[in-house]
Design a protein around this ligand. Structure first.
Ligand code: HEC
Ligand code: HEC
Length: 249
């Protein structure tokens, strides 16, 4: 009886030693792995900028904040750097790596339209809009063009209205600016923005005339940032405002 107890005790001790010898390093290894090789989270590089770290963390989380200007106005490079880079810089999860002509050739062969469709709607492990739901279609297209061109394509990046410049045709320019900047809030009426085409919402704002409403828009009002965040001239902003105002008459 006591013999088997001793044997059982000895087995326990051996078991504990084995657990310590094998289990503890295994635990350390697993914990280390968790922190160094989670999808896209590489905290091992002490010299990473905060932006780079947040971009990588955002690859894992659902919500992404896109830097580089108000919605609609961001360049392909800005979108790439704040959203797409988190996967495409390293080729994570089988994504075609930025600048790798070999990885991009077969993708480019699908054509710009198919690639942008896939980038907008998602494609296997590629999340829709790279996970950044506030990107406009044009912004995704710019990023696809930027990435494709770095991989050897000759895609044309859709222009950013603010950077287009040149002579202004108010009607054309107004719609263009509305589509790329104002629509982000005014299409749905988010935060009390008067909704596009909604006469009742616009009427009280137009009681002092269109020019007064434009002037208020230039200065900004509550959740409406100055010029709606548009970076171009006052005249261009006015063209966009009149485009909305005319649609609500
Ligand atoms: C969470 C990781 C991730 C992010 C972020 C991401 N991608 Fe991707 N992307 C992938 C993966 C993985 C693939 C490869 C999918 C496949 O071929 O199965 C891919 C493929 C693509 C393709 C090729 C599609 C095709 O038809 O071959 C394009 C274009 C693309 N991504 C554009 C973008 C753009 C633009 C962004 C930023 C707005 C972005 N991606 C952000 C993971 C990502
Ligand atoms: C970030 C969201 C946002 C964007 C982008 C935006 N707006 Fe607005 N806008 C608002 C909100 C919210 C209001 C209502 C503010 C209030 O009354 O509190 C508003 C109000 C206005 C008004 C009415 C001002 C008045 O007299 O009451 C005009 C004109 C206007 N916006 C024009 C524009 C134009 C033109 C653009 C694009 C260049 C634009 N907005 C982009 C949110 C936005």
């Amino acid at each position: 009886m006591s013999g088997s107890n001793v044997a059982g005790g000895a087995q326990k001790v051996v078991g504990m030693i084995l657990a310590a010898v094998i289990g503890f390093p295994l635990l350390i290894f697993l914990v280390a792995k968790l922190f160094t090789s989670g999808p896209g989270v590489d905290l091992g590089q002490a010299n990473m900028t905060n932006e780079a770290i947040s971009a990588r963390l955002q690859a894992v989380g659902a919500v992404k904040l896109v830097e580089g200007g108000p919605p609609g106005s961001r360049s392909g490079k800005a979108v790439y750097e704040s959203v797409c880079m988190s996967c495409h810089a390293t080729g994570m999860a089988g994504s075609p790596k930025f600048g790798d002509a070999g990885a991009w050739a077969a993708r480019i062969a699908k054509g710009f339209d198919t690639l942008t469709k896939h980038a907008i709607e998602g494609f296997n492990a590629m999340p829709a809009r790279g996970g950044a739901t506030d990107l406009t279609d044009d912004e995704v297209k710019r990023a696809v063009a930027y990435m494709g061109n770095a991989g050897g394509a000759k895609f044309e990046e859709p222009k950013v209205a603010a950077a287009a410049g040149g002579a202004i045709d108010p009607a054309v320019k107004g719609k263009e600016i509305y589509d790329s900047v104002c629509m982000a809030c005014h299409a749905t009426g988010i935060s009390n923005a008067p909704k596009f085409g909604d006469k009742a919402a616009w009427a009280p704002r137009l009681k002092d005339g269109a020019d007064a409403a434009v002037a208020i828009g230039i200065k900004g009002l509550n959740a409406m940032p100055p010029k709606g965040g548009y970076q171009g001239s006052d005249d261009e902003f006015k063209a966009a405002a009149l485009y909305m105002i005319n649609a609500a008459k």
